[in-house]
Design a protein around this ligand. Sequence first.
Ligand SMILES: Cc1cc2nc3c(=O)[nH]c(=O)nc-3n(C[C@H](O)[C@H](O)[C@H](O)COP(=O)(O)O)c2cc1C
Length: 353
Amino acid sequence: MTPDLSESWSIRGVEIPSRLVLAPMAGVSVQAFRRQGRRYGAGLVCSEMVSVAGIQHRNERTLGYLRVASDEHPLAIQIFGSDPAAMAEAARMVEAAGADLVDINFGCPVKKVTKTGAGATLLDDPERACGVVSAVAEAVSVPVTVKMRRGLENGSRACLALGPRLVDAGASSLTLHPRSARQMYTGEADHSLTGELAAQVDVPVVASGDVTSRARAQAILATTGAAAVMVGRAAQGNPWALREILDGDATEPSREEVVAELLLFMRETVRELGERRSTGFLKKFYGWYLGRGRFPRPFKQELVQLETLDEVEQRLLAAAPGAAEVLERLTAELPDAEDDVVLDLPISIYGGG
Ligand SMILES: Cc1cc2nc3c(=O)[nH]c(=O)nc-3n(C[C@H](O)[C@H](O)[C@H](O)COP(=O)(O)O)c2cc1C
């Protein structure tokens, strides 16, 4: 039977309206990305990882502070660190800010993170990993979830031994990105491991890695027994991929739609990170939105060279004047920004998972 992606499912009582989850991505999963993901059908969105070390030291170089809006729920906030007590404290803050789920990162392969004993390193330290999960699960009343890779080394099956132990320690769902930390993003995600993991645990498993189309999503759900698929890179500057995966609607967006979504993304990001940080941060998004044959390549180059976001906005509107009206409609549908919760937890500058 073909699994129905638009069916709801739940993680220990938290209802998730579709089987499509938007991936946490450092440097990408800002509030604008998460809200857009929800609008295009993601049943669950996740913040990028927030640093628990930031609570203790406050001297980390950070991008900004996390904002949570009322239209993001259900929302998972991801934390990373290796000290159970600090993780428990962060989890309490995250719960207080309104997270519906607290997600723990055991997948980040980036050296800056792994050398502190956090992220994927914990796949090799089951005792500590379980200690972190049980400390966090005891600290909060919302469900605790874990996102992990297959293991540190290529071919590793560490996730299969660790998964059931994490569930015993209190994890209510596991997300697997079945690449090794060493692989980073090379090769392919081996979802046969996702199937093996799903068969071993009695909590929902989410499949992450290389989900780029409806056909792929359905095949993964049908062959692995996963409860949901997670979409990351395919949704960068491309919320229309979520729509295609969810209901098969592969209509190419008009230029007006593309520009309106990009402009809304820019405005919301300025609100979250401030104008100065957003100027550089947003540059990679221009290519992601305007590429895929939607606009000629020199147009993107031109935007990247402009000095202020105001100029970028003017140039975009000149290229697609009808976007102003679409943008107005999108903006009118957003809830009041004053109701946002701003979390005193830094968004990390280093990413990966
Ligand atoms: C730029 C980037 C940043 C990422 N940051 C995180 C992160 O903060 N936490 C995490 O658990 N995974 C992170 N990931 C991993 C993704 O969540 C996802 O598991 C991975 O990209 C595979 O899915 P995809 O093929 O759909 O992109 C990141 C991936 C990318 C490309």
